[in-house]
Write a protein that binds this ligand. Structure first.
Ligand SMILES: *[C@@H]1O[C@H](CO)[C@@H](O)[C@H](O)[C@H]1NC(C)=O
Length: 205
């Protein structure tokens, strides 16, 4: 019940507000979301940040007004620059390398965050992130598989809305990986390694 109220509060207006105070209240959320020292707090913060960036909102209510968006971007770049990860993609990758609970919150965060061009570029330029997201074996529980799959769909949807990116050969491999992962569905239809013909060179005695 409380979570439901918090989610409602963090719909568009609330999200704009927590990013618009000076200093932004959301700074605490961003700091905790990427602090690996406190698991419970980090998990809650990642889910809150997922709500702030609009994972639970739809379509054009995901992105906030220009000043809130600018604050969001600078909070995340700021946080990244103060850690050993240095970039937002580094922060997000480290989230995806943690346990399943944290990863699920991470998928939610990326699903919302990727609606921003700067985040899309961070994600699609980081093969390690795409590899985790498109790996059928990353998740073993239904909820994790579904969150991972939704995340792939969100990235692909935003990516394919840019004709410039679609036509850039640098992203062709990444795009087909995402496409393949989406096609396999959330539960994977786990593809078994196909039998490879083994070519042996003839040994001479
Ligand atoms: C964005 O919304 C906040 C909170 O409602 C407001 O304070 C701020 O002036 C708005 N910024 C722009 C650029 O509209």
């Amino acid at each position: 019940h409380l979570l439901f109220l918090i989610k409602r509060f963090l719909a568009f207006q609330g999200a704009t507000l927590v990013l618009s105070t000076s200093p932004p209240i959301a700074r605490h959320v961003v700091n905790a979301a990427f602090d690996r020292q406190q698991h419970g707090k980090q998990l809650a913060a990642l889910h809150s940040l997922g709500n702030i960036v609009g994972e639970t909102r739809t379509g054009d209510t995901m992105v906030l007004n220009s000043s809130a968006e600018e604050n969001l971007r600078s909070l995340i770049y700021d946080k990244a620059s103060k850690t050993s990860k240095l970039t937002p993609s580094g922060l997000l990758l480290s989230v995806l390398q943690q346990d399943a609970e944290i990863r699920i919150a991470g998928y939610r965060l990326i699903t919302g965050l990727v609606a921003r061009t700067w985040c899309l570029m961070e994600i699609i330029s980081r093969p390690e992130i795409i590899n985790i997201l498109t790996d059928t074996y990353t998740e073993t529980k239904k909820i994790g598989m579904e969150a991972r799959h939704r995340c792939c769909e969100a990235i692909y949807r935003v990516f394919t809305s840019s004709s410039k990116l679609i036509s850039d050969p640098a992203f062709a491999g990444m795009a087909s990986k995402l496409q393949e992962a989406i096609r396999r569905g959330p539960y994977g239809a786990r593809k078994h390694a196909e039998a490879q013909p083994v070519v042996m060179t003839a040994d001479r005695f």
